[in-house]
Design a protein around this ligand. Structure first.
Ligand code: NAP
Length: 289
């Protein structure tokens, strides 16, 4: 099976390429300077020439705080870029799997979010990703698969786990928010789930995260505990709780955006990894435990 992958140089894209090769997919993945998804002609041309069975879009504008300063750029990539790919898939009859985010929600419900819960993005990034989803649905209806994920961490790229591990070796104390809850998701697990979806006749919206809910603070404590041996004989910073208000980041985040993964279980025929198992597997890949 052949896959055309946009965003292959990113955090999730890296894990997708690694696993696709192991699972005997043929992958074509142009970098941004070869194909910019905001350029409709370039996208149309590569979708036509790749003749892929499935097109996966993992390319996005992901700088959540910076997006508040440059909304045009965020919308150009996350909404218009996604639409360009959908139009090309419609024209060339390719299946389309697009990656979206928990930031389409405000997280005020206070319980795990299903695909049927109402969205209400509270940031520019969240709105741009939601409008990208809507643009895809307008073009392809339910035949496109939109997989929302969250709190991703992979071997490549900047993410919460890498940041914690780095700061734990540099600081005495790290303050982490204790009033926002997520389902931390190992990008290696998500990559496998997306590749399984590529082989399945599934469309619509799907919540794709590791299972369970945890505050960022408790997640940081778990990272600290699981990496204690790695820090043996060296300083390992203490983790202290703080609030989202005290941190005052430019973009608002959802309060509680852990996912209900019932539908993903049904589609895959197995339960997603629990968030702690994902973290253990990831630290194992980094050779840190
Ligand atoms: N990271 C998270 O915690 C998280 C959470 C929820 C959902 N998601 C979603 O998951 C997906 C993957 O995220 P990620 O963490 O892997 O992101 P990432 O590491 O920032 O990678 C994004 C990729 O998109 C590419 N890209 C950006 N603008 C482009 C353009 N105009 N044309 C072509 N490619 C472009 C980037 O290439 P360059 O490096 O060349 O710019 C990069 O390879 C995204 O859809 C994101 O919204 C992520």
């Amino acid at each position: 099976m052949k896959i055309l992958l946009f965003g292959g140089a990113g955090q999730l894209g890296h894990e997708l390429k690694k696993r696709a090769a192991d699972l005997e997919f043929e992958v074509v993945s142009p970098v941004t300077k070869e194909v910019d998804i905001t350029e409709a002609d370039q996208v149309m041309k590569v979708v036509a020439s790749a003749r892929a069975d499935v097109v996966i879009n993992s390319a996005a504008y992901t700088a959540v705080d910076k997006a508040e300063e440059e909304p045009e750029k965020a919308f150009r990539i996350n909404r218009d870029g996604a639409k360009n790919i959908a139009l090309a898939c419609a024209k060339h009859s390719s299946r389309f799997i697009h990656v979206s985010t928990d930031y389409v929600f405000d997280g005020l419900l206070g319980s795990p979010l299903s695909e049927f819960d109402p969205v209400n993005p509270v940031s520019v990034y969240g709105r741009s990703k939601w409008e990208g989803e809507e643009a895809i649905r307008e073009v392809l209806g339910e035949s496109a698969l939109i997989v929302r994920t969250q709190a991703l961490y992979g071997v490549k790229g900047v993410n919460f786990v890498h940041t914690m591990l780095k700061l734990m070796g540099e600081r005495e104390v790290i303050k982490v928010v204790d009033d926002q809850w997520v389902s931390p998701t190992w990008a290696g697990w998500l990559a496998e789930a997306l590749l399984d979806c590529a082989r399945l006749p599934v469309g619509g919206t799907l919540h794709g995260s590791c299972e369970g809910a945890v505050s960022w603070y408790d997640f940081a404590l778990e990272i600290r505990a699981l990496s204690a041996r790695h820090f043996e004989g060296r300083r390992q910073a203490m983790i202290e709780p703080t609030t989202a208000d005290a941190l005052a980041r430019p973009a608002k985040r959802p309060v509680y955006s852990a996912f209900d993964t019932t539908k993903m279980r049904q589609v895959l025929g197995r339960a997603p990894m629990k968030w702690r198992e994902g973290l253990v597997a990831f630290l194992g890949e980094l050779d840190i435990r």
